[in-house]
Design a protein around this ligand. Structure first.
Ligand code: CTP
Ligand code: ZN
Length: 153
């Protein structure tokens, strides 16, 4: 109830709930709304959660997220819940999920990796090694990447 008083409801759009505390700005970056959009965006950081202790929440009116965007959110916020809102009601709720491998989504942090040599034209391929916290391993050079530190493409 406490957080409901702090964060207003939206009429129609998407609520990304249960984001790990501190990761909401990274979610906004993935959504590409740092530069500003005409629709209502509500962000709450470090609000109380029974499940997580503290959590972040991002609400965006009139936006439905595509699969690629949901994958990126899952990398940095593996516990996130996606709620679709219509007429102020939750009409669909699902957890984010990650595929076993991500091609062309995350950069390998190893500067010597073949995927960072433009002339080689090899798309990064990272394999999911751990789900929560997310850990990915480069298929080519075996570098390990933490989900909360990834450089998204
Ligand atoms: N929400 C919103 N605007 C609405 C309806 C819901 O912003 N018109 C938000 C709520 O504030 C909440 C999330 O969407 O952050 C999910 O809503 P709801 O399912 O009603 O809340 P809970 O039951 O607490 O969700 P969960 O069980 O997933 O924790
Ligand atoms: Zn690599």
């Amino acid at each position: 109830m406490g957080e409901e008083l702090k964060v207003s409801k939206i009429q129609r759009g998407t609520v990304i709930d249960h984001i790990r505390a501190g990761m909401a700005p990274a979610v906004l970056k993935i959504l590409g709304i740092e530069a500003g959009i005409p629709d209502v965006v509500v962000m709450a950081m470090n609000v109380h959660s029974h499940k997580l202790g503290r959590k972040d929440v991002v609400k965006i009116e009139n936006v439905i997220l595509d699969e690629g965007t949901l994958q990126k959110i899952a990398i940095i916020a593996p516990q996130a819940t996606i709620n679709l809102i219509e007429d102020y009601r939750v009409v669909h709720k699902h957890k984010v999920s990650l595929p076993k491998a991500l091609r062309g989504v995350v950069r390998c942090p190893n500067r010597n990796c073949i995927t960072n040599a433009p002339e080689e034209r090899v798309l990064p391929l990272l394999v999911l090694e751990r789900e929560d916290p997310v850990e990915l391993r480069c298929h080519y050079c075996e570098e390990l990447v933490r989900g909360d530190r990834v450089e998204l493409l």
